[in-house]
Structure formats: C-alpha cells, structure tokens
Design a protein around this ligand. Sequence first.
Ligand SMILES: Cc1cc2nc3c(=O)[nH]c(=O)nc-3n(C[C@H](O)[C@H](O)[C@H](O)COP(=O)(O)O)c2cc1C
Ligand code: SF4
Length: 444
Amino acid sequence: MAAPVIEPLISKYWGSPQSWTLDAYRKRGGYEGLKKALEMAPAAVIDEVKKSNLRGRGGAGFPTGLKWSFVPKDSPKPKYLAVNGDESEPGTFKDRYILELDPHMMLEGIAIAAWALGVHTCYVYLRGEFKFPAERCQAAIDEAYKAGIFGKKVLGKDFELNCYLVRGAGAYICGEETALLESLEGKKGWPRLKPPFPAVVGLFGCPTVVNNVETLASVPHVFAMGPEKYAKLGTDKSGGTRLVCLSGTVNRPGVYECSMHTTFNDLIFGDAYGRGLPNGRKVKAVIPGGSSAPVLSPHELGTAMEFEALKPLQSMAGSGGVIVMDDRTCMVRSLWRVARFYAEESCGQCTPCREGTPWQTRLLRKIEEGRADMEDLELLSNVATSIAPYPPIGLGNTICALGDAAALPTHSFLMRFRAEFEAHIHEKRCPFGDKPWGEFGEWS
Ligand SMILES: Cc1cc2nc3c(=O)[nH]c(=O)nc-3n(C[C@H](O)[C@H](O)[C@H](O)COP(=O)(O)O)c2cc1C
Ligand code: SF4
C-alpha cells in the first residue's frame, strides 16, 4: 500500500505570490515559532529539537538536537552557526528552492538555533553558482534586520544576532563541513581531520554548529506544531517530512516533499510524484540519496526513503537526490561519470582518494571501451577497497567522506550489476553501443 501523500510543511507556499517576502511569511504565521522559542530557556529549546527526532538533511542524517547539545555551554570563546548551502551533490537540488522561494523559513530556523546555542554570529555559506538564490537570501536577511529579527535585539529580546551571507567559489568539497569552515576562514577548502569535531573546535577554533539549509528550515515547524506532532509525521527515529529531488528517466522530475514512510516505488510511480517512466521504459537502477549513495536494484525499491530503512541495504538516504536509470542505461558508463566527478573534486590531501579516484575513472573507461580484461575488474574493486572498504559504510581510509563517496558507487555497482561489467569485457565493446566521450580533461 502506498504511503499517504502528506500536507507539505517546507514547500507548501512555493507556488504562492511573493512567497519569499517577509510580509507573505508573516501572514502565514512566520516567526511565531521563534517567539515561542525565545520564551523558553536555551536548554529547553534543544530538548524540544531532540524530542522532534529531526535529523540533518545534509547527507549524514545526524540527529540535530544531539548535535546542538555537543556545543560546550561554558566555553569562554564565541560560538558560531554555519549554514551549509553548498548543495553540490549530483542529483540534489532542494536547498536552492528554499533559498529562492521561502528564505525566511531558514532564517527563522537560524534565529531559533542561535538562541538555543548562544550564538551571536551566523554565516550562510552558499555555493558560488547560486547567484539568484543568494540575491533572494540576502534580500530576506536585509528584511529581517529592518524588522528587528536580526540585529541588536532579536524580536525585542536582549539577544544580539548577526547573519552574513558568503558565497563559495564552486568547489564540491566546500560542502564538507570542515572544508566549509576553512573556506569561511578565507583558506582553500581542505577538510580537517576529525576529531575534534566542529561543535567543539570549529570556525576560528571556536565551537561551531554546521547545519544544512533544509535542516534549519525544518526547525520553525518543530516549534509551530510542537515536537511530538512533528516527530509523529515521521518514523520512530526520523521526525517530520523531507524534500526529495527526483531526476533521471521519469515523467515528472522535480522536488517533492514526502513523508518518511514514502517508498522509492511511491515516488517514482505515484500520481502525486514521478508518474512512472516515459514510453513504458523499465527501471534498471536507482541512486537513492545523491551520487555517493550506493545504487539500488528494482527489487529494493519498496524501501522507505528514510535514513534507517536504507541501512540493511548497505545504502543511505543521503541528501535526498533520487536518480532513476532505465533499461537503456549502461551501468559502466554511468559509474564512469560518477567516478570522474569525484576524481575532479578530490582535494588531493589523502593518497587513497587523490590517486584512487582517477585510477577508478581510467579503469572504467578501459572497461567501457572494451579494452579491459577480468584482472582490470578485480583491480577496480581493489582500488575502491583501498579508498573505502564496503560494506559496512563508514570505514573510509581518508580524512573526509569524499573518499567514501567515490568508492561506494563502485562497490555497489559491482555488487549489483557485475554481469554487465563482465559483458563489456567478454564482448570487448559496450553492449549499449558506442557513444562520444566529449571533452573531459585529464581524468578521462
Ligand atoms: C564531500 C562532501 C560534500 C558535502 N556536501 C554537502 C552539501 O553540499 N550540503 C550539506 O548540507 N552537507 C554536505 N555535506 C555534509 C556536511 O559535511 C555536514 O554533514 C552537514 O552540512 C551537516 O548538516 P546537517 O546535520 O544539518 O545535515 C557534505 C559532506 C561531504 C563529505
Ligand atoms: S578524502 Fe579526498 S577530498 Fe577528502 S580530504 Fe582526502 S583527498 Fe581531500
């Protein structure tokens, strides 16, 4: 039975006139959640977020209230909030809609988080290419200052909060939280070794919470409806609703707000969502959570698009980027595309990632062109294992999880579609026919 279609929380007003303005936001109850939070003690605000079972929407699904509770309360240093709007994971394109169509929802979440954490300075870090989202977001920040939401006294309370928008320079790695902090400090985006985690040693060496745009846009709803009600919208361990980005071979690609019970089949075939594949094509594979999430086979699509549900399949819900591949897709060529992306985006600090990602890319091209033998297939698997063994997820041999992100697709494609890789080797060609490679620079 299909999961019920829910009343959206985050995307509800995306189609309404001037949805991005403070006026429109206030008319529909905006900033009421902040008022409630400001009447509570900061520790009680964190408890409410814990009760809501809100989990981070940036990729790892870490419980938000728990993350907030790691910030030391007695630190003499300033504390910071950094909003992650880098959104560069292939297949993920949800945060930009929040920034463009309802930026005050995120700003309200920022103000609530700042009160809970004792933060007086927040940085909203957006990917360099987000020119229009940045303009909308800056306009909303300006409105918030004028209305006394940001500035010396947040809604009249003796609590100062300043918010600055910063644009990156178009590097995927700057979405990794510690690379983001380096970039904010004006340095090149090289991830830091953890621990220490940013909650303790973050921006300028001070306690810092890094949260995704959608995570913060979810926070006002926790306070507007109450944490129990918010939690109940989801599953036992994942509260609320989530935005899912549907792309690939589907009739209606787009961003959909779903309940945590919605399955991949619901999303791809449901009337309210993707409405199936065009021209009667069949699903061959689905990437469930952005390009780094291990690929799924058609028989696994009855699974809910939720953080815990994907664990037994050795995959992850990630950042909500669901990419549908149909029966005409060459899995070798697809994996090559993914591998090439990570080779291009590796920052080069760790040997397994710096050397392994281009090596994977070259081996995949060799297989796709029919020049490989079975030893190359074993070598591909070994190279991926040297970057990050699989399963389980999370044993990477590198400083940051970009290494895992590069190795997991290789492992999962080989595990689920090995016969197709072998067919390329035995037939000495791509069974789906030659296609031009285009100009792909040194990693091709
Ligand atoms: C290579 C890499 C890229 C990432 N890119 C993003 C991104 O674009 N946006 C994001 O919110 N999180 C991204 N993350 C996850 C962040 O490191 C971090 O976990 C997240 O911002 C925490 O916010 P949340 O707890 O609200 O999810 C990335 C992680 C890695 C390893
Ligand atoms: S895993 Fe890759 S991207 Fe991450 S720090 Fe190491 S070399 Fe850089």
